[in-house]
Write a protein that binds this ligand. Structure first.
Ligand SMILES: NC(=O)C1=CN([C@@H]2O[C@H](COP(=O)(O)OP(=O)(O)OC[C@H]3O[C@@H](n4cnc5c(N)ncnc54)[C@H](OP(=O)(O)O)[C@@H]3O)[C@@H](O)[C@H]2O)C=CC1
Ligand SMILES: CC(=O)C(=O)O
Ligand SMILES: [Mg+2]
Length: 409
């Protein structure tokens, strides 16, 4: 076993199994405390909530709690390994919610037979939480699940692999292209992968100015084009009227590669075919579509990002989901809409252009970070993300009419 593998297993098993636990916010030391916390005192908030459901925000932890819910059908890039195997990732998301945004979360792994069964399960429990973060649910089911839950639930429903990934990808991409001297509308984009992350990333890049006809999306069968008859309705939106069929065909002369597919799928030979000054986001986890050391050996005019914490330029939804939920919860938003997503893109993007505090340099283990090819996007440990992104998102919720309470001054 490698050192790192053993360290990762030890981290998860020692000194207690797992990464999260529950702590109490009220005293529970004596009979009087218990009389308040439990019977008979607990009856009072029960009556208040029965009279007005909004009182749940006043008397319970609902307003600062997010459920992280998965069925384990697309665990990172590891595939469909089932609900229980997804639990370390879901506990990981809960750890990140708490560490970066002081949001409490429960991880819930759901076994189900049909998509409807999953939807019914989540819809039935949604009101216990301030929001629902759907995670690692494969396409195309994830699209129907999110859409139907948004229709049925009163709290924000957010599929992180779609929108968290898209927001961070857009923020990083706009900055990387600025450094490379390119404009998004003029770029030819290759997207390897046609699932949850891919469809959402490309839709958001289009909202930011990319041209749909300049996007070439690929799945396991190659380029998604108009003469294919095996496309689901989501892939069909990206069917390109082209004779190009392979990754090599479409990557020739391309400005941008976004990988949200699987490990080691972009060869150095294919990378060589890209236009001068390309941008490569190899975002598959844990192993990217191409390793940065391999890519940077092939070309030195490249801006490269991965989803990992151990290389520069981490394009990963961790930069978004804690902060977008913080903003949504702070104004009790009923949904997370496009206005809030765009506000998050701008806030994340602009922070990368500001001087980096010493504490961030220290936690990143580097002496210097300055906006440029090696630093296109903030580090997740940057404490300014919380204030900046959450505030921008909350303000956008207020301005777009989905906030239920005003933004605290
Ligand atoms: N950095 C980040 O923040 C994030 C990274 N990701 C990464 O993106 C990847 C996909 O996740 P997600 O969208 O949730 O999963 P989905 O299961 O929804 O989609 C996976 C997609 O990848 C495609 N794919 C898989 N293998 C290949 C291959 N050999 N060649 C071409 N396409 C392939 C699939 O093709 P087909 O449709 O033919 O099956 C499918 O379209 C994962 O590796 C994940 O770690 C995801 C979210 C966030
Ligand atoms: C980062 C993440 O959510 C994923 O790879 O699935
Ligand atoms: Mg995920």
């Amino acid at each position: 076993m490698t050192d790192f593998k053993q360290q990762a297993l030890d981290y998860h098993s020692q000194p207690v199994p797992g990464k999260i636990s529950i702590s109490l916010t009220k005293p529970a030391e004596n009979a009087r405390d218990l009389a308040l916390a439990y019977s008979p005192g607990v009856a009072e908030p029960v009556r208040e909530i029965a009279a007005d459901p909004d009182n749940a925000y006043k008397y319970t932890a609902k307003g600062n709690t997010v459920a992280v819910i998965s069925n384990g059908t697309a665990i990172l890039g590891l595939g469909n390994l089932g609900p229980l195997a997804s639990k370390p990732v879901m506990e990981g998301k809960a750890l990140l919610f708490k560490r970066f945004a002081n949001i409490d979360s429960f991880d819930i792994e759901v076994s189900h037979r049909t998509t409807d069964e999953f939807i019914n399960t989540v819809a039935a429990i949604a009101d216990s939480f301030g929001g629902i973060n759907l995670e690692d649910i494969k396409a195309p089911e994830c699209f129907e699940i999110e859409q139907e839950l948004k229709r049925r639930c009163k709290v924000p429903i957010f599929h992180d692999d779609q929108h968290g990934t898209a927001i961070v990808t857009a923020a990083g991409m706009l900055n990387a292209l600025e450094i490379q001297g390119k404009n998004l509308p003029d770029c030819t984009i290759v997207c390897l992968g046609a699932g949850a992350a891919a469809i959402a990333c490309m839709e958001l890049l289009i909202k930011c100015g990319a041209q749909r006809e300049r996007i070439y999306m690929l799945d396991r069968k190659g380029v998604i084009h108009t003469r294919r008859d095996d496309l689901n309705e989501y892939k069909e939106l990206f069917a390109n009227n082209t004779d190009k069929r392979t990754l090599e065909d479409v990557i020739t002369g391309a400005d941008v590669f976004v990988g949200v597919s699987g490990a080691n799928l972009l060869s150095p030979e294919a990378l060589k075919l890209m236009a001068p000054n390309p941008v490569v986001f190899a975002c598959s986890n844990p192993d990217p579509e191409i390793k940065p050391e391999l890519a940077l050996k092939e070309r030195d005019d490249l801006i490269m990002a991965t989803g990992r914490s151990d290389y520069p330029n981490q394009v990963n939804n961790v930069l978004c989901f804690p902060f977008i939920f913080r903003g949504a919860l702070d104004v009790r938003a009923t949904s997370i809409n496009d206005e809030m997503k765009v506000a998050a893109v701008e806030a994340i993007r602009s922070l990368a252009k500001e001087p980096v505090p010493a504490e961030v340099l220290k936690s990143a283990g580097v002496d210097e970070l300055e906006f440029g090819p090696q630093y296109i996007i903030p580090k997740p440990m940057d404490p300014r993300l919380l204030d900046k992104v959450a505030k921008a998102v909350a303000q956008a919720a207020v301005d777009s009419g989905v906030a239920q309470i005003p933004l605290a001054k």
